[in-house]
Design a protein around this ligand. Structure first.
Ligand SMILES: Cc1ncc(C[n+]2csc(CCOP(=O)(O)OP(=O)(O)O)c2C)c(N)n1
Ligand SMILES: [Mg+2]
Length: 363
């Protein structure tokens, strides 16, 4: 087998881009965005801060403080751009990698760590943030999201649903079924696929022979491919798709063309299956560097601003570490607490059995 080292590194022609890797603003006939300097600075700040949260979490895992971590490195723009497009009443369904979207939904980053530290089964209240719990079973959340969107439609609420999934997930039956349900019910939903080129060690070519966004037409709704490393474009494209959903125009598939710069999770070693030059090519398209270049080129920020954001990131990282280590271990019997919403005889029996078992360890 030959490996094409440049795979995915050249921008495909049908890519919506508003900010080039060099930080040049470009126009697109169908998508526009009018951001104030303050908004651009705040996007930059978000990108830097979520990257730091991610870095700190990887370090915590390496030191044995988390069981596992799924890094978002390289996907910050796709997540902050789409996350910022959401209104408070919109609902988001994530995978296990959407730390940037969680940030935009106001979830305290330390709450993301509980699941990965094994001290809880989720960590936040989905209703409080309109951000569902992380979902590990690939693609299953697309069905949950379409069901939710159909409910929103029946409530006649002015809200959209967005569901995140990966390139690999597009091969799952659940995802294809969810496309059909969304299509035939005209559900108010945005399917946001982060095509990070890999599903663990499986490259994109193992999932599809056509660009992923083009699959949408077979299901009867529009698809668009956006530069997933361009936060302006991700914001503009997602905003438009969400607005279409809210105004009765049904689903859209957004394919955010991006790259997983790190390992699949901390249990994975990507050097075993991908060549270093691929990563090097994508580093030139870094989602943060292009916003920084844009800010400098247009004199919207100075070094003092960049340093201040860096200092804030240091503070955030240190705070996250301190609060992670202070997270209490759960009471062992708590595992039975939320199996059913109402008391259940079998669960009570199991709880009692486990309590007796634990008693056996007492001195
Ligand atoms: C139903 C199911 N099958 C297999 C797995 C194991 N698994 C975890 S992540 C993953 C790859 C997912 O790739 P992709 O959808 O591209 O998302 P990414 O991790 O790249 O963000 C697989 C196969 C799983 N979690 N669930
Ligand atoms: Mg992937």
């Amino acid at each position: 087998m030959t490996i094409d080292a440049s795979r995915g590194a050249e921008a495909p022609p049908d890519l919506v881009q508003l900010l080039t890797p060099e930080g040049e603003r470009v126009e697109h006939p169908d998508y526009d965005i009018d951001l104030t300097p303050e908004e651009v600075r705040s996007l930059y700040r978000d990108l830097v801060l979520v990257r730091r949260v991610d870095l700190e979490a990887v370090a915590l895992q390496r030191q044995g403080e988390l069981g596992i971590w799924a890094s978002l490195l390289g996907q910050e723009a796709a997540q902050i751009g789409s996350g910022r497009a959401l209104t408070d009443s919109d609902m988001a369904f994530p995978t296990y990698r959407e730390h940037g979207v969680a940030w935009c939904r106001g979830v305290d980053p330390v709450k993301l760590l509980g699941l990965f530290r094994g001290v809880n089964h989720g960590g936040w209240d989905p209703k409080e943030h309109n951000f569902h719990l992380y979902t590990i079973v690939i693609g299953s959340q697309t069905l949950h999201a379409v069901g939710y969107a159909m409910g929103v439609q029946r409530d006649d609420a002015n809200a959209a649903t967005i569901v995140y999934f990966g390139d690999g997930a597009t091969s799952q039956g659940d995802v294809n079924e969810s496309f059909i349900w969304a299509s035939v019910t005209n559900a108010p939903i945005v399917f946001f696929c982060q095509n990070n080129q890999w599903a663990i060690s499986e490259p994109l070519e193992k999932q599809t022979r056509i660009p992923l966004y083009r699959r949408a037409s077979g299901f009867g709704f529009p698809g668009v491919r956006v530069d997933g490393n361009d936060v302006f474009a991700c914001l503009a494209v997602t905003r438009k798709a969400l607005e279409a959903a809210r105004t009765g125009q049904g689903p859209t598939l957004v394919e955010a063309f991006t790259y997983r710069m790190g390992a699949h999770t901390t249990t994975d070693d990507p050097t075993r299956y991908r060549v270093a030059s691929e990563l090097e090519a994508w580093k030139l398209k870094d989602p943060i560097e292009r916003v920084k270049a844009y800010l400098f080129k247009n004199e919207l920020a100075d070094q003092e601003f960049i340093d201040a954001v860096e200092a804030e990131a240091d503070q955030l990282g240190a705070d996250l570490r301190r609060r992670c280590l202070a997270m209490p271990d759960p009471e062992p019997l708590a595992i039975f607490d939320h199996v059913y919403s109402e008391p259940h005889a079998l669960i009570e029996q199991e709880r009692a059995q486990f309590a007796t078992y634990l008693e056996g360890f007492r001195d």
